[in-house]
Each structure stands twice: as structure tokens, then as C-alpha cells.
Design a protein around this ligand. Structure first.
Ligand SMILES: [Zn+2]
Length: 140
């Protein structure tokens, strides 16, 4: 019985896109909007949350059952590009906080590289490891 059900689902999903990172992100977004709606439904317009939740759910289901796989893959690549940038930025901020007692981070004005510099108080000249350019930095 269960096996037959699984086979039916597998046959239905054949040639369809299925799940990916963007769909998981949409699911998390759906959950967050749903949580927000629990708190702010009375204050703001309740129908606004309902429309938003149905739109997210509709997009999620559309992507899952879509047969246009290259287009869905392109959307996922677009999403992953943005998501990885945000993730990298958050990781960098976390590392900065972790290193706050020993290092300071400065951006090279010539090439834009982020430099991790040991703290030596006062004004000093820094040499970039990437472009070998020098610039003045001040440490409190
Ligand atoms: Zn540089």
C-alpha cells in the first residue's frame, strides 16, 4: 500500500523540478511571516499577511512542480549567489568580534583587500599583502 503510494508520487514527480535551496529559503520565509502574523495580525491588516503567505506558498509549489528545470536552476543560482554573500559577510563579522582583543581589520584603499592587522597602538604604516601598496592606519 505504502509502496504503491510512493510509486505514484515518484511517477508524478518525474520530469518535475522538486526541491532546492531556494525552496528551503522560501519555506523559512513562510514560517517567519507566519510567526510575524501571529503577533501583528491585530495591529496591522490581517489580510496582508494572508495574501503574503498564500503568495509564498504558491511560488514554492509552482517551483516544486515546474517542468522548466533550466529556468528553476537559474533562479536557484541567483538565490545562492546572494545568500552566500550574506553568509560570508556574517561569518566575517563574527570573526571580527572573536578577534577584537588581538586584531583590527582595515580595507586596503588601493585594491580593496581586507587586512587583519595585529594591534599596535597609534598611527602606523601598513603594507598590503596583496598589492604591496602602503597606507597609514590609526589604532586606538
Ligand atoms: Zn592592497
Amino acid at each position: 500500500m505504502f509502496r504503491r503510494f510512493c510509486n505514484t508520487i515518484a511517477r508524478f514527480m518525474y520530469g518535475r523540478y522538486g526541491n532546492d535551496q531556494l525552496n528551503r529559503g522560501l519555506f523559512v520565509l513562510y514560517f517567519c511571516v507566519w510567526l510575524l502574523s501571529l503577533f501583528f495580525r491585530q495591529v496591522l491588516f490581517g489580510w496582508l499577511f494572508a495574501v503574503l503567505l498564500w503568495a509564498i506558498l504558491g511560488w514554492l509549489l509552482f517551483r516544486t512542480f515546474s517542468r522548466n528545470i533550466p529556468r528553476r536552476q537559474a533562479e536557484n543560482r541567483w538565490f545562492l549567489d546572494r545568500w552566500n554573500r550574506i553568509k560570508r559577510w556574517c561569518t566575517h563579522q563574527f570573526t571580527r568580534v572573536k578577534d577584537i582583543r588581538r586584531y583590527r581589520y582595515r580595507r586596503c584603499p588601493a585594491c580593496g583587500a581586507m587586512l587583519r592587522l595585529p594591534i599596535k597602538r597609534g598611527r602606523r604604516t601598513v603594507t598590503c599583502h596583496r598589492c604591496r601598496g602602503q597606507f597609514k592606519a590609526f589604532f586606538l
